[in-house]
Design a protein around this ligand. Structure first.
Ligand SMILES: Cc1ncccc1N[C@@H](C)c1ccc2c(c1)OCCO2
Length: 116
């Protein structure tokens, strides 16, 4: 089986809070703009303005494929979602407000999960 026993304790220990906070983000009421990659047919200018798109589904794939070598790499991808959101969306737009709300939720939850 694909048990976690085979993963080094250090790695497994590192990844548990990542999986937990990702689950919390994906189930948050304000996560809807960030669940999947922005559709470039729906937003043709997006890829011109946002050079490094990121979304929660992509982060989940990277986590499951063990592409993150540290918590910091994971945190950087999560924060990239919110930084991209601020670049492209007005602060008082529905998506802009969702980004600010979810960013605060993430930083609070992450601190709780990792502050020992
Ligand atoms: C995070 C983000 N930044 C910039 C543009 C889009 C998005 N999200 C998409 C899912 C999205 C967000 C809002 C929408 C929508 C799609 O489709 C039409 C209705 O309003």
């Amino acid at each position: 089986t694909n048990s976690t026993e085979s993963i080094p304790i250090r790695l497994n220990k590192e990844l548990a809070p990542c999986r937990q906070v990702l689950d919390d983000l994906e189930s948050h009421d304000e996560a809807w703009p960030f669940l999947l990659a922005v559709n470039t047919k729906q937003f043709p200018t997006y890829r011109k303005v946002i050079r490094n798109p990121m979304d929660l589904q992509t982060i989940g794939k990277r986590l499951s494929q063990n592409e993150y070598k540290s918590r910091d790499e994971f945190v950087s991808d999560v924060r990239l979602i919110f930084d991209n959101c601020e670049t492209f969306n007005e602060d008082n737009s529905p998506v802009g407000k969702a980004g600010h709300t979810l960013r605060l939720f993430f930083e609070t939850r992450w601190a709780d999960l990792t502050s020992g």
